[in-house]
Design a protein around this ligand. Structure first.
Ligand code: SF4
Length: 400
């Protein structure tokens, strides 16, 4: 990082002096300067694909058609790994990327373009793939994911053949899956399949230190699978207004980071993770994240300890996605992990419309029983000690 950049951060801290959550938003200003001065986001190899990707990936869950400047700036800062999905923004995310490539076709070859299908059938995936190509005005997808699998059984022989055929036709370069649920149980066997090129999984300072997750990530890294972390903020997911948030914010502003930047750095400290996918719907967030990626300063032992303490103190507000534990003891068809995620979209990401639209896509019979079921057994088994019953009832009234 340039000395001018260090200067602006020191000046920022001197000027603001006191620490508090209310001041945190202002930290975008000096970090933005850092991003502009430091050049480009670094890259890392994506497994054994032979491709180097930017360690920060632009998540596409925002109004891209009307925010083309975000993509332009991302290119300038070297955020050249773009992530979208057939379902994001009702298709507008992919259309927005297509709009960009129509205007700047020369940028396509420098972008590592990832999209995903939620069809979960071979025929549906083929339809989605062709639609994605058309929407994004491109001849090929760099990495195509089967979206949001909950068990490795989804990646069967037929799926393998589908991926091989799409590659042979030149429609995709690499194939894999994304997962928000039972991540460790999906990653570990995936490492043994031999045909998975890339995986995107929920991974953050809360999840990355368990033995199970370490083993799963090690196995994938050894197998040459490219790994992208998502949900890296891992905080305030479903229970918000946590006083612990205030303590954490104070801790990192004193260190010269926002707490969001510290959470990114915690994940980048693991070299087995090629990239972090982050939803960055505003220039302030893009510039903060790009600055964190370009800034080589690491976390101190005290910073790591602060994150760990916060993770423990606020665990009841964070769903770890281990749905096999809770969903198997609920008497009705409620996908607890998915509903927790929708609450997170609405409460933590502030994307209430998206949260509601996802919630409304749940089967009617699920929504009808959600606030009536007994979740006592599930709560007793939940390793995060989440108040599952209360949260399911709140979701039923908040997102209906
Ligand atoms: S509610 Fe608890 S048991 Fe269920 S997926 Fe979330 S953390 Fe795991």
């Amino acid at each position: 990082m340039s000395s001018a950049c260090e200067y602006s951060r020191r000046e920022f801290l001197k000027t603001t002096g006191a620490v508090g959550l209310g001041l945190l938003a202002a930290s975008a200003a000096p970090q933005s300067l850092c991003a502009q001065e430091s050049g480009r986001v670094p890259t890392r190899p994506f497994g054994k694909t032979g491709v180097n990707v930017s360690i920060l990936s632009m998540g596409g869950m925002f109004d891209i058609p009307n925010n083309q400047i975000m993509l332009r700036q991302a290119v300038k800062w070297g955020v050249t790994y773009w992530d979208t999905a057939n379902s994001y923004e009702g298709g507008n995310s992919e259309l927005g990327i297509g709009k960009y490539f129509a205007k700047y076709p020369e940028d396509r070859k420098g972008i590592f373009l990832v999209t995903k299908s939620t069809a979960w059938t071979l025929k549906g995936m083929t339809e989605h793939l062709h639609l994605s190509l058309e929407r994004m005005r491109t001849d090929y997808i760099d990495l195509f994911f089967v979206h949001s699998i909950r068990s490795i059984s989804s990646m069967d022989k037929d799926m393998q053949k589908w991926g091989e055929k799409a590659k042979a036709e030149g429609l995709i370069r690499f194939f894999g899956f994304s997962t928000h649920s039972n991540m460790e149980e999906c990653l570990l066997p995936a490492a043994g399949l031999g045909w998975i090129d890339g995986i995107m999984m929920a991974y953050n300072y809360r999840l990355m230190h368990t033995d199970q997750m370490r083993r799963a990530v090690d196995a994938c890294a050894k197998a040459g699978i490219g790994l992208t972390a998502m949900k890296t903020q891992g905080g305030g997911q479903v229970l918000t207004n946590d006083p612990e948030e205030l303590k954490l914010a104070g801790r990192f502003v004193q260190s010269g980071f926002t707490e969001g930047q510290a959470r990114l750095k915690a994940v980048w400290e693991n070299p087995q993770i090629a990239s972090i996918c982050s939803q960055m719907p505003s220039m302030a967030l893009l510039s903060q994240n790009a600055a964190a990626a370009m800034n080589k300063a690491g976390l101190s032992a005290l910073d790591r300890e602060a994150l760990s303490r916060y993770a423990q103190a606020s665990s009841a507000g964070y769903c770890a996605g281990c749905t096999r534990i809770c969903e198997s003891v609920i008497t009705g068809p409620v996908p607890v992990g998915r509903v927790m995620r929708y609450l997170m979209y609405g409460r933590s990401y502030g994307n209430r419309d998206f949260a509601r639209s996802r919630f409304r896509a749940l089967p009617v019979e699920t929504r009808a029983v959600m606030d009536r079921l007994d979740y006592t057994a599930a709560e007793a088994r939940c390793p995060q000690k989440m108040p599952i019953g209360r949260l399911m009832r709140e979701a039923a009234s908040e997102l209906a």
